[in-house]
Design a protein. Structure first.
Length: 405
């Protein structure tokens, strides 16, 4: 066997919960460690460990990504009331992804893995559409009032120095509703920087859309900040050099163009648009299990993961000793994304090549060999030749990978 690939800087490895934790270990054992002298700094973010450390482990993991630059994360349970009971938790800990995102000030980009045998619902799409969602403010941090009698609703802003600004929302003649939303220039700017950074990183065009014709102050502010970051952040020159473009249009026009496009660009979305459109795109491309996700901070840190959760239902079957057929593709691509990035930053071409080979071997297993997990057999054309168990699928990939090494 050839010598194992050596790494320089370690990856920040963040382990998680349930079925994804099971697959995490299998992927490392069967696909990574046979070929790479894997160097990681390991953080166990299983719910038990988070509870034992009063969630300090999550903060340490995020700080480690700041230190080393690149992380790879397994899915983790965000506890609800049932989980508090199940794991006898001290409290209902916050979402680890939320905590990490807040520390890295990052934006999440989701990208589908495309396969010839899994046709997107939109037949024009030949390449993936990456979606980036602004994850702060707007309707997700709103204040709402129900109005039950006639009266005047106003927007009032009182500056610290006593100045006031006031605008009439509506004179109500009967019952109605009002809503107050906000955003900050700082957050929009971070979002814009993450989007420009990631478009450059992936060498794809960047689209951004809002409704500035109707929302002349609020949405125009988004448009203006993107324009400012593009020009002042010297992205304009970098984009020209990379042969990619920044394109702004109205959100309804963007949706119409996206459906007619062949894909292959990054679509930056305001919070609500991103919420709706990422589910739309995820489902239109085929399966949740094919969606990868990367958190990109405006300071250039990267954290890769699968977009799906811990696949709890499959895990309970696994615990009972029953056979499972859980798809590990998004987890594998989280690792290849992180290894590729590490290889580029540390100038280790063999590591980048290995990540490409592993992606090819994974795709070949499904596309050519037609060996796949249950979620894909339901939508594959031509139909699957073999419905693989969780483990058989990873072993089939390992065989294809072996041939490439
Ligand atoms: P989920 O884990 O994404 O799974 C929902 C369903 O989608 C599964 O039951 C399964 O459908 C299908 N599915 C998802 N991933 C799959 C895969 N790799 N292979 C095959 N099928 C797959 O969502 P959930 O069950 O609602 O959430 C479970 C836990 O995950 C929760 O505690 C939640 O807090 C956590 N979560 C974590 C993250 C994260 O860390 N990034 C994200 C989301 C959720 P079938 O049962 O029909 O086969
Ligand atoms: Mg949604």
């Amino acid at each position: 066997m050839a010598k194992k690939i050596q790494m320089k800087t370690p990856l920040v490895e963040i382990d998680g919960d349930e079925m994804t934790r099971v697959m995490w270990a299998m992927v490392k054992e069967k696909l990574l460690t046979p070929h790479i002298d894997l160097k990681t700094v390991y953080y166990d973010l299983s719910l038990k460990k988070r509870n034992d450390t009063d969630d300090k482990i999550t903060i340490e993991a995020a700080e480690a990504i700041k230190k080393y630059g690149v992380g790879v994360k397994c899915a983790t349970i965000t506890p609800n009331a049932a989980r508090v009971e199940e794991y006898k938790l001290k409290k209902q800990w916050k979402s680890p992804n939320g905590t990490i995102r807040a520390i890295l000030d990052g934006t999440v980009f989701r990208e589908p893995i495309m396969l010839k045998n899994i046709e997107p619902a939109v037949r024009f799409w030949k390449k993936p559409i990456i979606i980036g969602r602004h994850a702060y403010g707007d309707v997700y941090k709103n204040v709402e009032l129900k109005i039950d009698k006639p009266g005047k609703a106003q927007l009032v802003y009182s500056a610290e120095n006593g100045e006031e600004k006031c605008a009439l929302i509506q004179e109500f003649s009967g019952p109605g509703i009002i809503q107050g939303i906000h955003n900050t220039d700082k957050s929009i700017e971070s979002f814009a920087k993450s989007c420009f950074t990631y478009a450059l990183d992936q060498k794809v065009d960047l689209w951004f859309a809002a409704k500035d014709t109707i929302s002349k102050t609020y949405d125009s502010n988004f448009k203006n900040i993107f324009e400012k970051v593009y020009k002042e952040g010297s992205y304009k020159e970098k984009f020209e050099k990379a042969g990619i473009i920044y394109f702004y249009t109205l959100i309804d026009d963007a949706v119409a163009r996206v459906v007619r496009s062949e894909g292959g660009f990054l679509w930056a979305c305001k919070n609500y648009d991103g919420d709706v459109l990422s589910d739309f795109l995820g489902s239109a491309y085929g399966s949740l299990a094919l969606l990868t996700s990367v958190l990109v901070s405006p300071y250039g840190f990267f954290e890769y993961e699968a977009a799906h959760g811990t696949v709890q239902k499959h895990y309970y079957k696994y615990l009972k000793g029953e056979k499972t057929s859980t798809n590990s593709m998004a987890i594998i691509f989280a690792w290849t994304g992180a290894l590729k990035k590490r290889g580029e930053l540390d100038n280790i071409p063999e590591l980048v090549k290995f990540a490409d080979n592993l992606e090819d071997a994974t795709i070949k297993t499904v596309e050519k060999d037609l060996v796949m997990t249950g979620d894909l057999t339901r939508i594959s054309n031509p139909p699957a030749k073999k419905v693989a168990t969780t483990q058989e699928f990873i072993e089939a990939i390992a065989k294809n990978l072996e041939k490439k090494m």
